[in-house]
Design a protein around this ligand. Structure first.
Ligand code: NAP
Length: 309
């Protein structure tokens, strides 16, 4: 029987683990398929306080893990496949095995959103990718034209990063203004290797017959005009979907699947707390996720204290 199980090992999860570990609760962190979370796929994080020169995303997460473990947090690599929150202790199914816990902190984060094209799915890892940091340096992309889809901070960051490898980077955005923060947008748009294609959507990734990416088919959403671009890689950076499916019907969530806290980090189920991107579609920053992880931990600690009275 666990006191605290933290699902997820991003900023929110490790911070929740750090605080509950320092409260002597010996939390168990279940990492999920991507230990360290989405931040491990980014390059330099420039807006996490305390790192004036920036910090590598992977390094930041490794440091958070070490810090939590130093105070007694335990880590297990695994995926939570099911959760029964109908009675306490809660029962989780982790890679087929049952696990019981008095409190639960959900910090499951979010996954990359897909375009939803058949060709995108068929060519995934054959030129279609969701992570420039992970895949950008592959030989198949070197000195080749590349496509980034999206208009947010991720798209701008990925496009800028990819200019190191590609001959040209086309930034395909469905509107004529970027959603990205000004500093990221300016950095991308002032880079001579980045060529924006405004008001455009990808209607097909080419070429499924050749079993590799050779380009994209585009449609201008204002004029309806169709066009195509040659490209060796398509980097999709169009946002995220929260990893909350296993809690459907048990915890309050909005239409997009984001968990809706009842108050602070508490949920509609006493003893279950939420933190980070799985419950935040507004800020979605490393530092806000860490802050929510801290809040969830303090609430879990208080909840356990009231149960033990
Ligand atoms: P985002 O801000 O939600 O932007 C998603 C982009 O994809 C938007 O431009 C959106 O278009 C477009 N989009 C969504 N669905 C689409 C579809 N089906 N087809 C075509 N385009 C589509 O996501 P994000 O860029 O991943 O950023 C997520 C959060 O992380 C943000 O809060 C961001 O500030 C943060 N972040 C920060 C940094 C940093 O500061 N270093 C780096 C990366 C991310 P519309 O604009 O038309 O909606």
């Amino acid at each position: 029987m666990e006191n605290v199980v933290v699902i997820g090992s991003g900023c929110a999860g490790w911070t929740a683990a750090l605080y509950t570990a320092r409260a002597n609760l010996k939390p168990l962190v279940i990492t999920g398929q991507q230990p360290g979370g989405l931040l491990t796929t980014t390059t330099i994080v420039e807006n996490y306080p305390g790192f004036p020169e920036g910090v590598d995303g992977y390094e930041l997460m490794t440091r958070m893990q070490k810090q939590a473990e130093r105070f007694g947090a335990r880590t297990t690599f695994g995926t939570v496949e099911a959760a029964d929150l109908s009675r306490r202790p809660f029962t989780l199914t982790v890679d087929g095995e049952p696990l019981q816990t008095r409190t639960l902190i959900i910090a499951t984060g979010a996954s990359h959103r897909h375009l939803g094209l058949d060709s995108e799915q068929k060519l995934e890892n054959k030129g279609v990718t969701y992570c420039a940091t992970c895949d950008g340096a592959l030989p198949m992309f070197r000195n080749q034209p590349l496509v980034v889809v999206g208009g947010g901070d991720s798209a701008c960051e990925e496009a800028t990063y990819l200019t190191r490898f590609g001959s040209v980077v086309y930034l395909i955005h469905r509107r004529d203004t970027l959603r990205a923060s000004k500093i990221m947008a300016d950095r991308a748009l002032s880079n001579p290797k980045i060529k924006p294609r405004w008001d455009s959507v990808v209607t097909d990734v080419l070429d499924v017959k050749q079993d590799k990416v050779t380009g994209v088919q585009l449609k201008n959403v204002k004029t309806g005009e169709q066009s195509s671009l040659d490209a060796a890689g398509v980097f999709v950076a169009i946002g995220h979907v929260p990893n909350t499916q296993i809690f459907k019907g048990q915890l309050a969530m909005d239409d997009n699947g984001y968990l809706v806290p009842a108050q602070g980090a508490s949920t509609n189920v006493p003893g279950v707390f939420v933190a980070g991107d799985c419950a935040d579609h507004v800020y979605r920053q490393a530092v806000t996720a860490a802050g929510m992880g801290c809040a969830a931990a303090i609430e879990a600690e208080r909840f356990l204290a009231t149960q033990n009275q």
